[in-house]
Ligand binder design. Structure first.
Ligand code: LER
Ligand code: MN
Length: 270
């Protein structure tokens, strides 16, 4: 198990659930000070910064790259894999593939969250899920070229109407025989959608490849009302060895949120 903290460089997501919003060098230094193993990057596009620059920062601060988010494709560029427009869907997949290549060169998988989009209007649920499965087939194959998985994230009902629960994500992977796709268990979304977080983690266990470690109110763990003990027990039971990544609000301030995450993880794992 490794720890990670989110670093966002997307102005459109300035109010989003990311701990570090400052310039890259400063953010890497703060992550190291707070004693994280790795960084999760949320960038405006795959060409915002060179792979080489990130490698230099990563080596200088002895921090790996845990994953790269692709949400800017939606929040900045308005791209979704289930958009009614073929041109938009093609552009969305292109953005995703370039993000996979960017992360892949850093040994980091890319995450599909908000770019999965929604069904509605002229797009039926079946149609949207078919497009999603087609895109995940391609994303899984592209990621495999870099020896990383591709991460699919079920989101809560206010962000998508496609797949909201972990076990539905697992069924989707199996029903579509998707290869090299793992699930992201975001404890904030799960707090809204799951009847029992630990039970869902056990049920979807073999598919889970990444965890967003957030409390019920999307603040650092113990700043809300989630009990992390049964969740961590379930993660241990399924043999989870991936990241616990702090995709949380930087409250009351980035350093306190970062340090609280580390304190929570240490208290449960050591
Ligand atoms: C992305 O990881 C996520 O959880 C989304 O809720 C971001 O809006
Ligand atoms: Mn998330």
């Amino acid at each position: 198990m490794r720890t990670a903290v989110t670093l966002c460089q997307v102005p459109e997501a300035a109010a989003g659930p990311f701990v570090l919003h400052m310039p890259l060098e400063e953010a890497f230094a703060l992550a190291k000070d707070a004693d994280f193993d790795d960084i999760e990057l949320f960038l405006p596009s795959p060409d915002f910064v060179s792979v080489r620059t990130i490698k230099i920062l990563s080596d200088a601060h002895d921090l790996g790259i845990a994953a790269v988010g692709t949400g800017a494709g939606m929040v900045k560029h308005g791209l979704s894999l289930t958009d009614p427009s073929l041109d938009k869907r093609v552009a969305a997949l292109d953005f995703l593939e370039r993000m996979i290549a960017f992360g892949g060169q850093l040994g980091a998988p890319a995450i599909l969250g908000s770019m999965q989009g929604k069904h509605g209007g002229e797009v039926s649920k079946d149609q949207a899920l078919e497009w999603l499965a087609d895109a995940l087939h391609i994303a899984g194959k592209t990621a495999a070229k870099y020896n990383v998985p591709f991460i699919y994230e079920p989101l809560n009902r206010y962000e998508t109407n496609l797949i909201n629960r972990l076990t539905d994500g697992a069924d989707f992977i199996e029903a579509n025989a998707l290869e090299n796709i793992v699930l992201l268990a975001d404890l904030f979304h799960m707090n809204i959608e799951e009847a029992d977080l630990a039970a869902s983690i056990r049920a979807a266990g073999k598919h889970i490849g990444h965890v967003h470690y957030a409390d019920s109110n999307r603040r650092a763990m113990s700043f809300g009302h989630t009990d992390p003990k049964p969740i961590v027990a379930a993660l241990k039971e399924i043999g989870y060895t991936g990241h616990l990544s702090a995709e949380i609000l930087p409250l009351p301030d980035p350093l306190t949120a970062a340090q609280q995450t580390i304190r929570s993880i240490r208290s449960l794992f050591e």
